[in-house]
Design a protein around this ligand. Structure first.
Ligand code: BTN
Length: 252
């Protein structure tokens, strides 16, 4: 990683929007226009089309959550799970530091407390050119919501920092997230082992009996480890299995 690739929180441009469609869309628009710089952070008060994985909607009540997207222009491509891991760890560090001490990661991109979603990560790239890779890392954190719409809760439980007893503001959350995120993105290059180990601990599943689903099969076994190169390492009844991380759709 060159010095220019390092994310320094104080030097990241914070591009503030009011109510937008989606901060990921604003970041991609800037990339398309050629105005984007490595480390740009698009922040919105609210989103009308906040997006989650698999076409889901990210509920984006104005002023109540952190809605941000970071532009990353590394010298060499990241693997997609690597960026999701760095984003997930950055969000997990943040919500724990703000008081949600029981938060954990849920594969692949959720931060939950007792299965209620507190934060979500959406790492995207469009038409990746390996010579000039460009990524948008979108992160949503529920901060001061005190309730959620019934249609959202019908899909899955949700929570916020406020509902977990934290008085943190959206601004506190933003400042802390950018600090932790820069550390975690740095680890992608300099200390992937640390990122992998922390991610595994963050999942709170090490040594547990788990079921990993890929698009092809479901594999049950004890979770032994996880690494970007070696994938998910499971002890099954039929011997040890390794599943590439990008194959794993769900884990629990
Ligand atoms: C998920 O849980 O499936 C991912 C949710 C990601 C939501 C964030 S909010 C900021 C950024 N802009 C979006 O449209 N999505 C991400």
């Amino acid at each position: 990683m060159t010095l220019e690739e390092t994310l320094v929180p104080g030097r990241m441009r914070r591009l503030r929007h009011g109510i937008v469609d989606s901060t990921n869309e604003r970041a991609f628009a800037a990339l398309q226009e050629g105005t984007a710089q490595h480390g740009d952070v698009h922040l919105a008060v609210g989103q009308t089309s906040g997006r989650g994985r698999q076409g889901r909607t990210w509920w984006s009540e104005p002023g109540a959550g952190l809605y941000c997207s970071v532009v990353l222009l590394p010298g060499a491509p990241y693997s997609p799970p690597a960026l999701t891991m760095a984003g997930g760890m950055g969000a997990l560090d943040t919500v724990r530091a703000l008081g949600a001490v029981r938060a954990r990661l849920k594969w692949p991109n959720d931060v939950v407390v007792h299965d209620a979603k507190l934060a979500g990560i959406l790492a995207e790239t469009r038409g990746l050119d390996p010579k000039r890779p460009a990524y948008v890392l979108g992160i949503g954190i529920n901060v001061s919501q005190t309730s959620f719409p019934a249609e959202l809760l019908a899909e899955r439980d949700a929570t916020s920092l406020r509902l977990r007893g934290s008085q943190a503001s959206v601004q506190d959350t933003e400042d802390l997230l950018l600090q932790y995120l820069s550390l975690r993105v740095d680890q992608l290059q300099h200390d992937p082992l640390r990122l992998e180990t922390d991610f595994l601990v963050g999942l709170a599943l090490r040594g547990e009996e788990v079921r990993a689903s890929t698009s092809q099969e479901e594999v049950e076994g004890r979770l032994l480890g996880l690494s970007l190169e070696g994938g998910l390492h499971l002890a099954t009844l039929y011997g040890e299995r390794r599943l590439p991380l990008e194959w794993v759709r769900s884990l629990g």
